[in-house]
Design a protein around this ligand. Structure first.
Ligand SMILES: *Cc1c(COP(=O)(O)O)cnc(C)c1O
Length: 380
């Protein structure tokens, strides 16, 4: 079987985890947690980083830090994994699901600006925050969102769970990595992400006080000292030393993983670019995607076959492909929430297919994926 996206464990992982076991530092106290936070902050160019139990926990902490509560609304990417959205509901707030745009498949800044301007003109309460996801490794067009949100005091949180290492090439944030632009950036080290700790996440921010507060909330808001005294309702959102040891080892490999994924994407682009009815993953001149997942669109009216048929053909050959997500507004669990647009997300869902693209994907395995895929598309 050729899997969609699996970890590559071939560096210092064993050695660092052994250190945890040998020293008895297996839980959330131990030197690897701090080391992971420091090296992650350095890699992303973010002043502060707080290790968390998951990417979802990092997003939840960011919303809590932004003061999001039951009377608030929060704008959010609607075409994303549910973990971008659910923490808004954990806080008792109401998400407003914003459609994607064709250029990036990410949140459409025009819809965001229009909504904030509309509310301003009518004297309506503004959303407390916005959660911008950078999906599939591709940076969202964040500059116009930041500019407008600053005008209306809306806190910008980036969900960079899928886009570690992606960056802006021009514009006001040229040279900066995704996740470091908004007030808070959130990352995930789940097993299918570009680097993994088994499970884990990271919250980054430029605000030192917010980083300290987030760490405090992630450790049950316990006041230092021997007594069990707590000054807020916190969470158990810590990362363990063992997970952090994996993280340190994985981070050492990240530049290589990103390079390999760029090579995999370039090879798919070259092989699929001229196939009728196939749209390649979005690329824009002003930002660099990591192609965390390499996803294409299949337009049935041109290709003569649809996403589902192609997926089945790949599956029959032991190749694991996956549809992209259904936009949140199409799922009954979110039907009570309002939305802005939604047609683009629906179309991406009906046509989108992610192909195997692990950093460890071999040349011969990728050749086989391409061969089976092209055959399935030509059969039509
Ligand atoms: C993976 C992911 C998350 C959540 O990360 P976990 O570590 O699994 O909690 C959040 N948002 C997006 C877009 C993701 O892909």
């Amino acid at each position: 079987m050729i899997p969609l996206s699996v970890p590559e464990i071939s560096g210092e992982e064993w050695a660092y985890v052994k250190k945890c076991l040998d020293t008895n530092f297996v839980s959330s106290v131990g030197p690897f947690v701090g080391e992971f936070e420091r090296s992650f902050a350095e890699f992303t160019g973010s002043p502060h980083a707080v290790a968390c139990a998951s990417g979802t926990a990092a997003i939840h902490l960011a919303l809590r830090m932004a003061g999001v509560g039951p009377d608030d609304e929060v704008l959010v990417s609607g075409f994303t994994f549910v973990a971008t959205i659910n923490p808004i509901i954990y806080q008792g707030a109401a998400p407003i699901l914003v459609d994607a745009e064709d250029r990036t498949w990410n949140i459409d800044p025009a819809l965001v600006i229009e909504e904030l301007e509309r509310r301003h003109a009518r004297g309506l309460k503004q959303p407390k925050a916005i959660v911008v996801a950078h999906i599939l490794g591709a940076p969202a067009d964040i500059a116009p969102i930041i500019e407008t949100c600053q005008r209306f005091s809306v806190t910008v949180i980036e969900d960079a769970a899928e886009a570690l290492g992606a960056s802006y090439l021009s514009g006001p944030y040229a040279g900066r990595q995704v996740g470091t632009i908004g007030e808070f950036g959130c990352f995930s080290f789940n097993g299918n992400k570009v680097i993994t700790t088994g499970g884990g996440g990271m919250l980054v921010t430029g605000n030192a006080a917010a980083a300290r507060r987030a760490k405090h909330l992630s450790t049950q808001a316990k006041i230092d000292g021997p007594e069990y005294l707590h000054d807020a309702i916190g969470y158990n959102y810590r990362l363990t030393n063992i997970a952090a040891a994996l993280g340190v080892a994985q981070l050492e490999r990240l530049p290589e993983f990103l390079q390999r994924k760029a090579g995999i994407a370039a090879k798919y682009n070259a092989a699929l670019g001229a196939v009728p009815g196939v749209t390649l993953p979005p690329t824009v001149p002003w930002a660099k995607s990591t192609f965390w997942l390499y996803s294409i669109l299949i337009d049935k009216s041109i290709a003569g076959t649809d996403r589902k048929t192609v997926l089945e053909a790949l599956d029959a050959e032991g190749i694991q492909a996956r549809p992209v997500w259904a936009p949140a507004h199409s799922m009954p669990i979110y039907s009570e929430y309002s939305r802005l647009g939604g047609e683009v997300g629906l179309r991406l869902f009906s046509q989108g297919l992610s192909l195997p693209c692990s950093a460890g994907l071999t040349v011969s395995d990728q050749d086989r994926v391409i061969e089976v895929l092209v055959k399935a598309l030509k059969r039509a």
